[in-house]
Ligand binder design. Structure first.
Ligand SMILES: Cc1cc2nc3c(=O)[nH]c(=O)nc-3n(C[C@H](O)[C@H](O)[C@H](O)COP(=O)(O)OP(=O)(O)OC[C@H]3O[C@@H](n4cnc5c(N)ncnc54)[C@H](O)[C@@H]3O)c2cc1C
Length: 348
């Protein structure tokens, strides 16, 4: 039997590891290179797999519910393959009556249902929500724990024969394929000029290790709260143009205020802060597919949905290498949509 194509994956974040595992499962000989132990964005993320609220609340992905849902629907298969735990119980939105009615209207425009939650049930699912706030429940949005998910992806990739090297990729190399999954980094822009279209968005996230939170993720006005094994994660700032991971208390103030409005019990509680850098394209969707450089595949620019989109990106990367049908979303994520300086919007 002839050996499969040799693939080097640059980057061991959610996108790189998911792609490496899918490529190994497809018979490729894969090595993943990454100089850092803990990938910037993937490790600090909240882990929400949130097609509904991302389409309803974020203007950048308002028209992409179908794609986000398709990505989420690939998660049960990846979870079964890797042992990653997925909480599918749903997400609660809680806020002022005016805000909640706007959220409800946006969900309805997307064809999604968000039944109201009576106060008693809200207290049970998300204890501590401020009195006077109203709430609704969306079943479409799930979540995972990023730290254990990264470990599980790496463990399963190693078991599938993927090799890991603790160094940066600096050039095209002589492997059959190079997959660039380097997050917000521009280091390989000479190899793949498309990387110059990425811009950074710094994100800071609070972790209240002494607060357990409820059973469900919460979305509020200007803040979300996600219960997890390390306590309650409250996020996140969106700081376009910044690519450092310095903790900036001043930039955190609006988030801390919004968290206090949602969960007044957080006032005065101690929290730690971590920061990561998201990579964004001009249209808010990632670039996944062939670069104009021969033999190079991109899987970058997942902005605030890299965990959600990781299995879809892995599927498309694998299709580039194997020639399999990439499915209906390849054109929307094709890096070529930004050729000649385009914004990509017309490709949707
Ligand atoms: C605060 C915050 C909260 C978030 N919450 C969510 C959420 O709830 N749900 C969700 O879906 N998404 C969330 N995101 C977004 C998500 O984390 C990212 O979209 C995703 O992690 C990006 O993964 P990645 O693999 O592309 O990049 P990264 O995780 O940044 O990994 C890129 C890796 O490439 C490596 N690298 C760089 N250059 C090279 C090179 N030359 N050679 C080799 N390796 C290299 C880096 O060391 C890094 O480890 C959040 C992000 C932030 C910052």
């Amino acid at each position: 039997m002839s050996p499969g194509p040799q693939v080097i994956v640059a980057g061991a974040g959610a996108l790189g590891l998911s792609a490496a595992l899918a490529l190994a499962d497809a018979g490729c000989s894969v090595s993943v290179w990454d100089p850092t132990e803990s990938p910037s964005a993937s490790a600090v993320a909240a882990g929400m797999l949130a097609p509904a609220f991302e389409a309803a609340l974020d203007a950048e992905t308002a028209g992409d519910l179908d794609l986000l849902l398709a990505a989420r629907n690939l998660w049960p298969g990846l979870a079964a393959r890797t042992g990653i735990g997925i909480d599918r119980s749903g997400t609660v939105a809680a806020g002022s009556p005016a805000w909640l009615s706007e959220v409800r209207a946006r969900l309805m425009r997307l064809g999604l249902r968000g039944p109201d939650l009576p106060r008693g049930l809200l207290e049970d699912l998300a204890p501590g929500v401020a009195p006077g706030l109203q709430a609704l429940l969306v079943r479409e949005d799930w979540r995972l724990e990023p730290g254990p998910a990264l470990s599980a992806l790496r463990r399963e990739a190693e078991a599938a024969g993927v090799e890991f090297r603790g160094e940066a990729v600096r050039e095209r190399t002589d492997a059959d394929w190079l997959v660039i999954a380097t997050g917000a980094a521009h280091g390989l822009a000479e190899v793949a000029p498309e990387l110059s279209r990425l811009s950074p968005i710094k994100g800071q996230i609070l972790r209240f290790s002494d607060v357990r939170g409820g059973r469900m993720s919460l979305r509020g006005e200007g803040a979300y709260a996600v219960p997890g094994r390390d306590g309650l994660a409250v996020g996140a700032t969106m700081e376009p143009g910044l690519c450092d991971t310095r903790i900036d208390r001043a930039a955190l103030e609006p988030l801390v205020r919004a968290a206090g409005v949602l969960l007044p019990g957080l006032a005065g509680a101690t929290f730690g802060v971590s920061a990561g850098v998201r990579a964004a394209t001009p249209d808010g969707l990632p670039m996944v597919g062939l670069s104009r450089t021969a033999g190079v595949i991109l899987a970058v620019g997942a902005r605030r949905n890299g965990w959600l989109l990781a299995p879809l990106a892995a599927k498309l990367v694998t299709a580039c290498v194997t020639g399999r049908d990439p499915g209906p979303y390849a054109a929307r994520l094709d890096p070529a949509r930004f050729a000649s300086g385009g914004t990509g919007k017309t490709a949707r």
